[in-house]
Design a protein around this ligand. Structure first.
Ligand SMILES: Cc1ncc(COP(=O)(O)O)c(C=O)c1O
Length: 411
């Protein structure tokens, strides 16, 4: 029998005594339930999952072979603490080779992390005192903000809207927020909007950070996945290292999601503070994974194969949606397509929000997407659906076109 007093012990940050008892159903649980129901009601019909937020393929053989080799070596068995030199040096080479970033010192300006999620979760503990503010963009990846709040920090959300091209408007941020803010988190190429930020934007971000004495945390999880534009790093700009750090991940660029390997690079004091905190959370990623990571980073061209697959899939999806009347264009980066929902069906039902539209697509057409209702009403299609080869991929995309083509949308 479970001891009833355990329920009394939970911290307020996770809901206190109410933890696990609230009946609020979260977005991803709603999607899961709708998928289950749709499959039950349509036996034998294939569910097409365009809601997945991670690569559909395994890592490259070259990288897997390196892991196999390195995993055997006794010298790789132990705690890795704040990381091995080889990985930091490879991170510096990667920044230079892919983004043209120069002058990063591997010893003092780079630290590995067990995935960028974990880096974003730990970093607030190095900066946030109760009452400090953090500027986050919405819709977005909320991890830094969640932890900042757990430390008593306050999150100020800047909306990414179609009207501002999904870039934050620095001038819209109230001065009292700027005064209290210690950190601003930016993520480009952006999940979920697929938008990239250019050099001009980052110049403005650096100026804003300097003016208000704010640390910029650039979440560059999708940095290498760009279409028709060169991958860009904020660290390639003069002054960037004075005001911020950038977090790179091997998850999406090298299909290494489950391997958990990333790095934080940039401002030395911020990197060292992160390292200090990290040292108190974990003992570093398995050295064999770091060494396999070196192979990936040094063979950065591998990302091109991934990129061309997503590009092919996204182009086809964009074409399908355009034919149906959606206002949509090829994303600049990531593997997501962020699409404004239609008003409803011609002469039929209306969609109040993206959640309703997404539920409708799952239940009626067995096509799963992720709804975003934070700043306008959009659904996110992802190009990472599973398909064993190009033919299978083509068949799935044809099927999407066929199923959606049976509907008459009103915009
Ligand atoms: C914007 C963004 N940042 C960070 C992450 C975390 O990536 P990882 O922890 O695998 O490096 C993700 C994963 O979906 C993401 O979308």
């Amino acid at each position: 029998m479970e001891e009833p007093y355990i329920q009394e012990l939970f911290a307020e940050r996770i809901g206190g005594k109410k933890f696990g008892k609230e009946d609020k159903i979260y977005k991803f649980e709603k999607i899961k339930r709708a998928k289950r129901e749709a499959l039950k009601n349509n036996p034998g019909v294939e569910l097409i999952d365009l809601g997945v937020g991670e690569p559909d393929e395994k890592a490259f053989d070259m990288v897997i072979d390196a892991l196999k080799r390195e995993a055997e070596k006794p010298e790789n068995r132990g705690y890795a603490d704040n990381g091995i030199e080889e990985f930091k040096e490879a991170a510096v080479r990667y920044l230079e080779n892919v983004f043209g970033v120069k002058g990063i010192d591997p010893e003092t300006e780079v630290v590995h992390a067990i995935g960028s999620k974990s880096a974003l979760a730990m970093m607030p503990s190095a900066f946030i005192n109760p009452g400090d503010m953090v500027i986050m963009t919405v819709p977005g990846y909320p991890v830094f903000g969640t932890h900042a709040q757990w430390y008593g920090g306050i999150v100020y959300n800047v909306m990414l809207t179609k009207e501002n091209s999904f870039l934050p408007d620095f001038n819209s941020i109230p001065l009292e927020v700027c005064a209290k803010a210690k950190v601003m988190v930016l993520n480009y190429p952006n999940n979920p909007t697929g938008v990239c930020a250019d050099e001009n934007f980052y110049h403005r971000a650096i100026e804003f950070a300097k003016k208000h004495k704010i640390l910029l945390v650039i979440d560059a999880a999708y940095a290498a996945l760009t279409y028709n534009r060169k991958p860009f790093s904020f660290l390639s700009l003069p002054g960037a290292k004075d005001v911020g750090v950038e977090i790179h991940s091997l998850s999406k660029s090298f299909n290494m999601t489950g391997w958990r390997i990333a790095f934080v690079a940039g401002n030395m004091r911020a990197v060292q503070a992160f390292a200090m905190v990290k040292d108190n959370y974990d003992s570093g990623q398995f050295k064999a994974i770091q060494k396999a990571g070196v192979v990936a980073l040094d063979n950065y061209y591998l990302t091109d194969t991934i990129k061309s697959k997503y590009e092919r899939r996204l182009k086809k999806l964009v074409g399908t949606l355009q034919k149906l009347g959606f206002e949509v264009k090829m994303p600049e980066g990531t593997f997501y397509l962020y699409v404004e929902i239609p008003k409803g069906m011609k002469g039929g039902r209306r969609f109040k929000n993206a959640e309703e539209f997404s539920q409708f697509l799952i239940k009626e057409k067995l096509i799963s997407t992720v709804p975003w209702d934070d700043a306008g009403h959009f659904v996110r299609f992802s190009a990472t659906f599973e398909a064993k080869d190009v033919d299978a991929e083509g068949r799935i995309l044809e099927e999407v076109e066929k199923r959606l083509g049976e509907l008459q949308f009103e915009f």
